[in-house]
Design a protein around this ligand. Sequence first.
Ligand code: SDX
Length: 393
Amino acid sequence: ETGYFTYDSGFTATASCKSAITYIDGDAGVLMYRGYPIEQLAEQSSFLEVAYLLMNGELPTKAQFDRFEHQVTHHTMMHEAQKHFLQGFRHDAHPMAMLCGMIGSLAAFYHDSLDMDDPEQRELAAIRLLAKVPTIAAAAYRHSIGWPIRYPRNNLEYVTRFLHMLFEVPAEPLELKPVAAKAMDLLFILHADHEQNASTSTVRLVGSTGANPYACVAAGIAALWGPAHGGANEAVLKMLEEIGTPDQVGKAVEKAKDRNSGFRLMGFGHRVYKNFDPRAKIIREMCHKVLSELGIDDPLLEVAMRLEEAALKDEYFIQRKLYPNVDFYSGIIYKALGIPTEMFTVMFALARTAGWVSHWLEQQVDPEAKIGRPRQIYTGATSRDYVPMAQRG
Ligand code: SDX
């Protein structure tokens, strides 16, 4: 219910909203999208089908999915004028900065044609975002390496189309191993939604003011960028590279236990999961599969496995119920697929767009939805009189 409950720190808070989209049981390590266990969706579904499920509440019939896929496929192009925004960024701008700016700018192209009271137009805006984020994400990457933008090819399915926009060069056809699209699709399913995490709550807070969905998703992208949230996958790779070799793992674990060190094991711990993050288990298996099928012997995987092993049997982590989370292994897969580190959080944002637009759509039809207004515990000065400048100390 939307009501009051108290965190274990004694801090009273309110549930921010009611939602029927995703259910998490942090102690049991359960994650369900619209009632379907994440393990089954990971095994049997596709990212685009999961996006339909999150947005509409039910798995699509074939006819419904074909119509949805056609709609998404025919909204993948970005407005040609948006290329000027891209050219305006320095080549070494962080792709998340470019993504945030470019998605926010969609409002300048489509907002005036969006009647927010019309359910069909709201759905079209959600589909536009789902369709254009991969195109814009890939364009941002291409800009950062000085390559020409690749236009979306409508004869390809969603994830393969994205990989082509990322990696295809005019000079030669792109050879994609099937495991690459399969691994990317799985990662997108696992990152698609996660209840009221910081970025989704941001989307809902901005949406509660009546702001347009492009502005809402741009705000979600900004929130996701932080290293405590979606930026963790990029931070995990940097951490593993800093640790360097398996024999340095023990030192890293000890350093992470020292609160004064300011060092944390990135990819470990979770605000809700006080058991294994069910996504981390699935990603760990996919990580081994991808590396063996691509014939990659990445020493960072050995460091990651030794770090996980050491932390899981260390009293400090056991007591605080700190387990690997969704970000711990995903970066190793992205790296194996040739995705550069600075694009890892962009991958997360691309997948989470499905969840963000679903929460935005849900909020638009919630009769109890009000403008968000988080409360505070005031710790400032008590009332006092103004002192003219000349009399100040
Ligand atoms: C995501 O909300 C979501 O659902 C997010 C997400 C999603 O799908 O949207 O699941 C995605 O953001 C996953 C989390 C990615 N972030 C990281 O991996 C960054 C590293 N992890 C942490 O910073 C931390 O664990 C958080 C932010 C994820 C959770 O923090 P909490 O639950 O608020 O825990 P805390 O900061 O209160 O820490 C509790 C204790 C503290 O020690 P004590 O004060 O008891 O001595 O655990 C320690 C912390 O110092 N601790 C860690 C640690 N995380 C917590 N110590 C070492 N390494 C860590 N990673």
